[in-house]
Design a protein around this ligand. Structure first.
Ligand code: SF4
Length: 375
C-alpha cells in the first residue's frame, strides 16, 4: 500500500489550539499556490507509480472551490496510477462547504469526506475559535449524503477547556446520531506556539484533570462500541470495512508521497519534508529550487523502532515475524527483554508473534514506543 498526501495550507482563521502548517489571511497566495502545486505534481520523479489512497488535508482543503480541488485530483490521476477503487479523502470544514462544492468533489472522484467537527457545543467551538456552528455540522453531513458520499468521518476533540464528562458525552452522542462511517476522537494536545498553550502557561486555561480525561477516553470506547464501531487504532473507530486506508499507510510505515508546503514524503526508506511557508514554497517552485526543508534515511533498528511505534497504535498490533522478513533483522531476540518488561506491566500482550497494546497500554503508547527506541 502507498498513499499520496496533498497539503492545502489555508484557513479562514487560526484556531486557538492548532499547530498545523496552516495560515489565515493569505488569500493573495491561493492562485500562485495552486499553480505551484500543479508544477510540483508535474515534476515528481515518481510519475506512473501506483498509489492506493489520496488524502487532501490541511489547513482547510475546502477553502478552495470544488473545481480547483477537482483539477488537482484530475492531475494526480493523470500523473500516477491510482485505481478507480482508491480511497480518495478530502478534509472539510463544516463552516466552509456548500452542497454544490460537495457535488463537484463527488463527481470528480472523491469518495470520502473528513469533517473537522470537534464539538457540538457552541461555547466550546467559540473557545476553540472554530468558524462553524453545530447546526452547520448537521447541514454539512446532510449535504455530503445528498452529494452521494457514503464514507464520512467526523473528527472530535475531548479534554477541552472547562469540559465535563457530561458535555463530552453529549457531543459524542450527537456525532454518533449522525451515523458517520468513521469517528476520530482525539484528546486535546497543548502544542507550543498556540494560543491555548500560552493561556495554559499563564494559568488561564482550566483543563479536565487526568482522571476525567481517562474517563472521557473510556466513554468514547464504550459509546462507539455500543453503536457498532470498532476501535482499530488508539483514537480511531470505524464501522466494519470503513477503516481509513490512508491512515493505515502511515501506521504500517508504508510509503507515501506528499505535495504542498510542509508535506512529508517517505519513499524508498527516505523521509523528507517540504519547506513550510506557502510564500517560500511558491517562490522555490517558481525558481526551480529544491523544496526540501530536511530529510533523513530510515534504516536498521531506527526503522524497526519507528515501525513498532506506529504499528502499535493499531489494535490489530504488529506481527514480529513479518517485520523480521521486512527488515532482515532478529527483532524477536533483540527486543525479548523489552517485550518481557512491557508484558509484565500489562501494557503489551503477546499472541504468538503478534504483539499489541492492552486496554491499559492504550493510555501508555508513548512510553511503550520509547522503550523500543531506547533499546
Ligand atoms: S481549521 Fe484546522 S488546520 Fe485550520 S486552524 Fe483550525 S484546526 Fe488548524
Amino acid at each position: 500500500m502507498q498513499g499520496i498526501y496533498i497539503h492545502i495550507p489555508f484557513c479562514h482563521r487560526k484556531c486557538g489550539y492548532c499547530d498545523f502548517n496552516s495560515y489565515a489571511r493569505l488569500d493573495a497566495l491561493v492562485a500562485p499556490f495552486v499553480d505551484a502545486l500543479h508544477r510540483e505534481i508535474e515534476q515528481s520523479p515518481y510519475a506512473g507509480a501506483h498509489f492506493d489512497t489520496v488524502f487532501f488535508g490541511g489547513g482547510t482543503p475546502t477553502y478552495l472551490d470544488g473545481a480547483t480541488l477537482a483539477g488537482i485530483l484530475e492531475h494526480l490521476t493523470r500523473r500516477f496510477a491510482i485505481p478507480s477503487d482508491a480511497e480518495i479523502t478530502c478534509e472539510a470544514n463544516p463552516g466552509s462547504v456548500s452542497l454544490e462544492q460537495l457535488r463537484t468533489l463527488r463527481q470528480a472522484g472523491f469518495n470520502r469526506l473528513s469533517f473537522g467537527v470537534q464539538s457540538f457545543h457552541p461555547d466550546e467551538l467559540r473557545r476553540m475559535e472554530r468558524i462553524h456552528t453545530p447546526e452547520e455540522v448537521v447541514q454539512s453531513v446532510a449535504w455530503a449524503r445528498a452529494a452521494g458520499f457514503t464514507n464520512l468521518n467526523l473528527d472530535l476533540i475531548f479534554a477541552l477547556p472547562q469540559q465535563t464528562l457530561e458535555r463530552w458525552a453529549a457531543s459524542l452522542q450527537q456525532a454518533i446520531a449522525l451515523q458517520p462511517e468513521h469517528l476520530s476522537l482525539y484528546a486535546l494536545m497543548l502544542e507550543p506556539n498556540t494560543r491555548f498553550y500560552h493561556l495554559y502557561q499563564k494559568g488561564k486555561l482550566r483543563l479536565p484533570d487526568d482522571e476525567t480525561q481517562v474517563a472521557m477516553y473510556r466513554l468514547a470506547q464504550q459509546r462507539t462500541a455500543q453503536a457498532g464501531y470498532q476501535q482499530y487504532e488508539i483514537s480511531n473507530y470505524a464501522l466494519p470495512g470503513y477503516e481509513c486506508q490512508h491512515n493505515l499507510v502511515y501506521w504500517r510505515n508504508a510509503p507515501y508521497l506528499g505535495f504542498g508546503p510542509g508535506a512529508v514524503s517517505y519513499m524508498e526508506g527516505r523521509r523528507w519534508t517540504n519547506i513550510k511557508h506557502p510564500r517560500e514554497y511558491i517562490r522555490r517552485v517558481q525558481a526551480g529550487e529544491p523544496l526540501e526543508l530536511e530529510w533523513e534515511r530510515l534504516t536498521g533498528w531506527d526503522a524497526v523502532a519507528e515501525t513498532l511505534m506506529l504499528g502499535l497504535r493499531m489494535r490489530a498490533g504488529v506481527d514480529l515475524a513479518v517485520l523480521e522478513t521486512r527488515f532482515g533483522l532478529p527483532i524477536r531476540a533483540h527486543y525479548a527483554p523489552v517485550l518481557g518488561q512491557l508484558t509484565q506491566r500489562d501494557w503489551l500482550e503477546r499472541d504468538g508473534d503478534i504483539i499489541r497494546l492492552t486496554d491499559k497500554g492504550l493510555l501508555w503508547h508513548s512510553e511503550v514506543a520509547l522503550a523500543f527506541f531506547e533499546k
